[in-house]
Design a protein around this ligand. Structure first.
Ligand SMILES: C[S@@+](CC[C@H](N)C(=O)[O-])C[C@H]1O[C@@H](n2cnc3c(N)ncnc32)[C@H](O)[C@@H]1O
Length: 284
């Protein structure tokens, strides 16, 4: 069963964290009006030709990737996110940039229960699985949101990467939906990482951000993620692991590989998995 009590805690934490993140990014509407694109090559390639098709973006946050997909891949995008602040921002950004997209504020589990639209593609990326309290219901919800033959595209940080703390010490569980409750809540990872697609130099914005709301995460292993989708009736057509991650640098000694891509610290063994991607299709 989805744990809505935990989701409510996370909603409040994301509302505050989102304000801090956007405070560093300046005029994002101008970025998009000038043809800006926040997508990385990995998801662009995996999404493929979606022009003229419908696309559901789960956990879309402030819609920067949703608007990039709408503008540069020409899909009709619907974004869903639990955070009031993120969805308010996304709607405003859509209006101010002139890129049409629909944004719904909802817990994805509630969205799945009331949604009766079927999409060509469902997409989710970068920091999404750790907020899901029920992986089986997530898989079923994705299956019920896809047209027959439709594709689910996921790019996320690797659960093995999530086991380490900032000093690369093993700190967290790998799998089993193990709970990780943290008083510090959603942090200012934009300031921590030091770059963002939307702006060359980050603005100071909110300094020394402290989130007043805690957060609750879950540790899901790769096999659990894959099996939740297979049990829901999807077939896996692509899976990849990467020894780098995009747009996220939680450890200060991660190597900057250029293009907002980061590798594990130089003193560590090679090829630690930091990110993975998968594509799963709903059998028609
Ligand atoms: C790290 S962000 C995803 C970033 C996103 N890929 C982007 O384009 O910026 C995680 C998002 O998940 C959302 N979220 C967490 N739990 C959720 C839930 N139960 N239902 C819907 N959204 C949720 C948060 O509000 C947050 O915006």
């Amino acid at each position: 069963m989805p744990n809505r009590e935990h989701h409510e805690i996370n909603r409040q934490s994301w509302n505050e964290g989102t304000k801090a993140h956007n405070s560093h990014k300046g005029d994002q509407a101008a970025f998009f009006r000038a043809g800006g694109n926040t997508l990385f090559p990995e998801e662009t390639e995996l999404l493929g030709a979606v022009a003229g098709q419908t696309l559901l973006h789960l956990q879309c946050n402030c819609g920067q990737d949703s608007l990039s997909i709408a503008k540069h891949l020409a899909a009709a995008v619907t974004g869903v996110d639990i955070s009031d602040e993120a969805v308010r921002f996304a709607r405003q950004l859509s209006a101010d940039s002139g890129i049409p997209a629909e944004f719904l504020r909802a817990d994805i589990y509630d969205f799945f229960l009331r949604n009766d639209e079927r999409f060509h593609t469902v997409f989710s990326s970068y920091g999404v699985l750790c907020w899901l309290s029920d992986l089986e219901a997530w898989g079923r919800g994705i299956a019920s949101s896809l047209l027959p033959g439709g594709r689910f595209v996921l790019v996320d940080f690797h659960p093995a990467f999530a086991m380490f703390d900032e000093a690369w010490q093993l700190r967290h569980a790998y799998m089993g939906g193990e709970l990780y409750e943290f008083d510090a809540g959603v942090g200012d990872y934009v300031a921590l990482t030091g770059t963002a697609a939307e702006i060359d130099d980050l603005l100071p914005g909110i300094v020394d951000f402290h989130n007043p709301y805690p957060g609750v995460e879950y540790q899901w292993g790769i096999a659990e993620v894959q099996m939740a989708l297979l049990r829901a009736g999807l077939s896996l057509s692509h899976f990849a692991e990467y020894n780098y991650c995009n747009g996220f640098k939680p450890m200060p000694d991660m190597r900057d590989l250029g293009g907002r891509r980061y590798g594990a610290a130089a003193h560590l063994p090679r090829n630690i998995p930091l990110m993975f991607s998968l594509v799963a299709e709903l059998r028609s």
